[in-house]
Design a protein. Structure first.
Length: 166
């Protein structure tokens, strides 16, 4: 079963990171309860020792993830060496897709002598507009995503709402 293989591989990888002394953040749609599902149970046990960071951040259990569901199946897990700040569970349909968007402020500053590490953006992530092929491919993907998620209609709707308020 691909789900079992994925979970076993994920647990093995996280165990290796934790054994090496790394802190881990895992944001995912688990398709199972993030508190009593098999994945959540295995993540909470030693030597992994991870928990729901969203719950720590908002001070309550994670809400239902999918607009038709009644269980939290999506969350942000984190290891016990992380410091959690504020967080938010957005309403359904706020982001792209039918699941909630979760945001959690996380710091591992204690690992760096109280100072936040600087993370540089890899050069491969910057859009290179000088190369025609790259620019065309980027624009084609952007257009396809905008069409699939009906972004133009949504922007027109927002514009109409804004104009009706003035």
């Amino acid at each position: 079963d691909p789900d079992v293989i994925m979970m076993e591989d994920l647990i093995t990888q996280i165990q290796s990171w934790r054994s090496a002394g790394h802190e881990v953040i895992l944001a995912l749609d688990a398709n199972q309860n993030v508190y009593d599902g098999e994945l959540a149970t295995r993540l909470s046990e030693a030597p992994i020792n991870m928990c729901c960071l969203l719950e720590q951040a908002i001070g309550a259990k994670a809400p239902n993830s999918h607009f038709r569901g009644n269980k939290p199946i999506t969350t942000i897990f984190g290891s016990n060496g992380l410091t959690v700040g504020d967080g938010m569970a957005y309403p359904h349909w706020y982001g792209v897709g039918d699941h909630r968007v979760f945001v959690v402020e996380v710091s591992a500053a204690s690992l760096f002598g109280g100072k936040y590490p600087t993370i540089g953006s890899p050069k491969a992530r910057t859009l290179n507009c000088k190369i025609s092929r790259c620019r065309k491919q980027y624009n084609a993907v952007l257009k396809a995503l905008c069409d699939r998620h009906k972004m133009h209609e949504k922007l027109l709707h927002l514009k109409y709402l804004d104009e009706s308020l003035t």
